[in-house]
Design a protein around this ligand. Structure first.
Ligand SMILES: Cc1cc2nc3c(=O)[nH]c(=O)nc-3n(C[C@H](O)[C@H](O)[C@H](O)COP(=O)(O)OP(=O)(O)OC[C@H]3O[C@@H](n4cnc5c(N)ncnc54)[C@H](O)[C@@H]3O)c2cc1C
Length: 404
């Protein structure tokens, strides 16, 4: 089987290769870990190489035939040197407390989305389907906005959204596309060149967890609560933005509301144990963003010298990469509190903006156990649950052996 991405561990699953193929020869299929990878149908493939040239990872790596760079402000060789002094950054939050409460950080995505919809535009982002799988889709009305709000800490399936973006742009519609940096790099690469009516927004990204592990987790909870899941929020702010809670409601009226620090799925996520391999050497962090705007939680805001009121309701670090991004922020300025900040200082408190986490030693074993048939309960005891006796003993043993 031929490979599209020169280094398969770096494939992000953005699906640009699949969506760009005129022969329909590239399908996205889940591997054993549950992540989507391209699969070429040799019978349909005409060997034109478009998939290889469009792959944003190949472009970032300078693989022969792939034009370099997808990011704003790249030089002719596609290089951008990390330098916060060349980008504008702001601490921002929506003035409307309700929007802020419903959003992960300061609700800036919602404000950008509202503005796009006001212009009869289309907004793309990640939502849940009826089985709580995470998928990218689009909305055209404000009543549907809530389904795209808030972070879902699972890799989303891009479906055919790049093609849909292209279609709407050709119809002359305004489009806001929001996704992880690798997804927006895929979109930029797929479209090629800038589009006046397209605003691209990416996110600071810790890494993307496996959709399969997420499904196993929901199944585990459904068994435990003897009921189907009715709603999920990874970012319930009832205990304050900095004391984030996982909030899962069940059809029988039960509710699982647990602070992130003590929450099982988040324990695994924070250890990077079930994140995609490409996340450990991400090519698209903030200095290489292909977006007009990057949004992040403004962690460390309390150490930024009071640049904006920190009332624990959520502040977005908003990084501007292009004049279009700057214009978009000025368009929502009436509804948003905005205060300029020093980006180099801000990234100190949000490491994933600029650097990838190291692959944890236990990741391979985790997926090997999963392939061997471990259910979620066994996996959590062995790899995730900081509070389980087995986990504590393992840590103690490691410390005794001088490896912890
Ligand atoms: C997997 C993941 C990891 C993140 N890691 C960090 C981090 O390390 N540090 C940090 O500061 N911020 C991180 N964020 C971003 C942060 O959680 C907020 O999304 C950001 O602050 C914007 O908040 P908001 O209030 O403006 O908008 P929100 O209303 O929260 O909207 C966020 C946008 O993200 C999109 N989105 C949600 N889930 C996904 C997904 N799975 N894939 C792609 N797009 C999605 C939504 O469609 C929406 O457009 C991460 C987000 C995700 C999805």
């Amino acid at each position: 089987m031929r490979e599209i991405v020169s280094d398969s561990r770096s494939c992000t699953g953005c699906s640009a290769c699949s969506q760009v193929c005129p022969m329909g020869a590239v399908a996205m299929a889940a591997n054993d870990e549950g992540f989507l990878y391209p699969l070429i149908d040799e019978d349909k493939c005409s060997d034109c190489g478009l998939c290889i040239r469009t792959c944003p990872v190949n472009r970032a790596l300078g693989v022969a035939g792939a034009p370099m760079g997808t990011h704003k402000g790249a030089d002719s060789a596609g290089n951008v040197k990390g330098d916060g002094s060349k980008k504008k950054a702001f601490a921002c939050y929506a003035k409307d407390d309700d929007i802020r409460d419903k959003s992960s950080s300061g609700g800036i995505f919602s404000q950008l989305a509202e503005k796009t919809l006001e212009k009869n535009g289309v907004v793309f982002g990640a939502g849940f389907d009826s089985d709580f799988r995470v998928r990218h889709s689009h909305i055209e009305g404000i009543d549907d906005l809530d389904m795209l709000r808030r972070s879902k800490y699972v890799q989303s399936d891009m479906e055919d959204t790049f093609r849909d973006v292209n279609k709407f742009l050709r119809e002359g519609r305004h489009v806001l596309f929001c996704g992880t940096p690798c997804q927006t790099a895929g979109l930029s690469s797929y479209l090629g060149g800038d589009h006046e009516r397209l605003l691209i927004c990416d996110l600071a990204c810790y890494g993307v967890p496996s959709p399969k592990v997420w499904s196993m987790y929901l199944e585990y909870l459904e068994n435990k609560y003897a009921s189907k899941v009715k709603s999920v929020s990874f970012r319930n702010k009832s205990g304050g933005w900095k004391n984030n809670r996982m909030d899962i409601a069940f059809e029988n009226g039960d509710r699982y509301l647990v602070e992130t620090k003590k929450e099982l799925y988040f324990m695994g996520f924070s250890k990077n144990i079930f994140n995609r391999t490409s996340c450990f050497d991400c090519k698209f962090r903030v200095w290489n963003s292909s977006a007009d705007i990057t949004l992040a939680d403004f962690w460390g805001i309390e150490r930024m010298g009071g640049i904006i009121e920190d009332d624990n309701k959520g502040v977005s670090l908003t990084i501007i990469h292009s004049p279009k991004g700057e214009e978009a922020l000025s368009e929502i300025a009436d509804n948003v509190r905005i205060s300029p900040c020093d980006l180099d200082e801000a990234v100190k408190y949000n490491p994933r903006l600029v650097s990838s986490a190291a692959e944890p030693a236990g990741r391979k074993a985790f997926f090997a156990d999963m392939a061997a048939g471990y259910d979620f309960d066994r996996l959590r005891k062995k790899y995730m649950d900081n509070t389980s006796m087995k986990y504590k003993m393992k840590c103690m043993l490691k410390r005794m052996l001088g490896r912890g």
